[in-house]
Design a protein. Sequence first.
Length: 132
Amino acid sequence: MNSIALDKFGKLHICYTDDSNGDIKYAVSINQSTPIPVTMEASPAELIIREYEEVRVYITVKGDDNNPVQGDIVKARIKNDGDKLIKAYSKEQTTDVYGQAVFTFYAKKEGKTSVTFKDESLSIKVPVTVIE
């Protein structure tokens, strides 16, 4: 007797007969839980951009035991009138298998502002300077 089934929670159930002794074996997969975000880092930690150039910011989210958090939604918010100085090509990204979300910014005008990156529980502020 052999059977394989997937329940509504995504757990895999396997039932089979051990040919060596005739015992029936049963196994259930365990869903690996997503780590809870505990740290957020930005690289670079400060942006200095020339007018009309682009730059990328890598946000890394890690959980317990320094494990990357995949699937975390990170949002970028440009301070007050900072959107006159820089443009974000996307204001929301989802972290990949390495716990990274990548944001690209375009410098429009000389000045200073900042970008705050946040998920549901963490945030980090990155100062931005646009130069000629």
